[in-house]
Design a protein around this ligand. Structure first.
Ligand SMILES: C[S@@+](CC[C@H](N)C(=O)[O-])C[C@H]1O[C@@H](n2cnc3c(N)ncnc32)[C@H](O)[C@@H]1O
Length: 287
């Protein structure tokens, strides 16, 4: 049974695509057929089922929330790395430098200046940890700020990995010596993000298609290489919702192959895949 191949019919492929779209907004193109077979076959077999249609029927009629979560976790693509698309971190450092220089920086109830960043679709955590390491490396005084980073993802497995903050030593490949030196080395094969950075984080599961129980305003939102899996209409809705949570002049960073109609959604394009939140008065009506 373990090695038996299960065939995926056109109808079953369409049903899988419809279900992952309905739950997570993910649009799987025709080319993703092999991916669906390779990712779902073991779930079908683990249930003792013999066909994809039996598995879809199970998800539809008899499954728990956790069963559906396992299905979603299997179909997400979680590729990420430390300092990915590093021009965003260079921009962020300059931007936060300007915020630090502001004499009237908003304060939290504890009297500390407030800084909030959200990594939406953080995968296994390399993106939010890079934000923490880039900013604290440049501005150690942020240790005395009310500085928090929120990392969220629809995939509960990657959220758990993010919270552990432990990775394979091969994740250091491509990093500069200074970037690599920040990590702890619990074993020769593993690296760990030091507590200084882990303590800034809150990681939780969050599906961008559902309610967002998050508290803004955010000074920056990173949502990179996530909406690439969504259709245009879903992307637009997500970018509009981000605009509601960004303070005026705050930034949205998106992935290298993503884009949007900035002005219609309340932003202005400031650099490659870097969008600045306009004030409400500047927002143009969506055409
Ligand atoms: C390719 S990773 C990108 C990780 C990181 N942002 C980066 O650029 O390196 C895409 C992530 O988006 C997440 N994702 C996909 N659909 C989502 C949704 N509806 N809500 C939240 N996260 C989602 C996936 O689980 C995956 O971890």
């Amino acid at each position: 049974m373990a090695d038996e191949e299960i065939q995926l019919s056109d109808k079953e492929f369409d049903d899988v695509r419809a279900l992952i779209y309905k739950i997570a907004g993910i649009s799987l193109g025709d080319a993703k057929r092999v991916l669906v077979v390779s990712r779902l076959t073991k779930l079908v077999k683990a249930r003792g089922l013999k066909s994809f249609s039996a598995y879809i029927d199970f998800l539809d009629k008899r499954s728990t929330r956790q069963d559906k979560q396992v299905f979603v976790n299997a179909l997400t693509t979680n590729l990420t790395r430390f300092y990915r698309e590093d021009h965003h971190f260079d921009h962020l450092i300059k931007y936060v430098g300007r915020l630090i220089a502001q004499p009237d920086r908003p304060k939290s109830p504890n009297g500390k200046p407030r800084l909030r960043i959200w990594s939406a679709g953080c995968s296994t955590g390399q993106e939010p940890y890079t934000i923490a390491m880039a900013l604290l490396g440049k501005y150690p005084q942020l240790k005395n700020w009310d500085f928090r980073i929120l990392g969220t993802d629809v995939d509960t497995d990657v959220v758990a990995t993010s919270a552990r903050g432990e990775y394979s030593a091969s994740d250091l490949d491509g990093l500069s010596a200074a970037q690599a030196a920040v990590f702890e080395r619990p074993t020769p094969d593993t690296i760990r993000v030091p507590a200084l950075y882990r303590n800034l984080m809150t990681f939780k599961p969050l599906n961008l298609m559902e309610d967002w129980p998050v508290k803004g305003p955010f000074d920056a939102i990173f949502c990179r290489n996530v909406t690439i899996y969504f259709d245009k209409q879903t992307q637009t809705r997500v970018f509009e919702r981000f605009a509601q949570l960004l303070g005026e002049g705050a930034y949205l960073y998106i992935g290298h192959s993503e884009n949007m109609k900035a002005e219609a959604l309340g932003y202005t394009l400031e650099g490659k895949t870097i969008y600045r939140r306009l004030g409400q008065a500047n927002k143009r009506n969506v055409a």
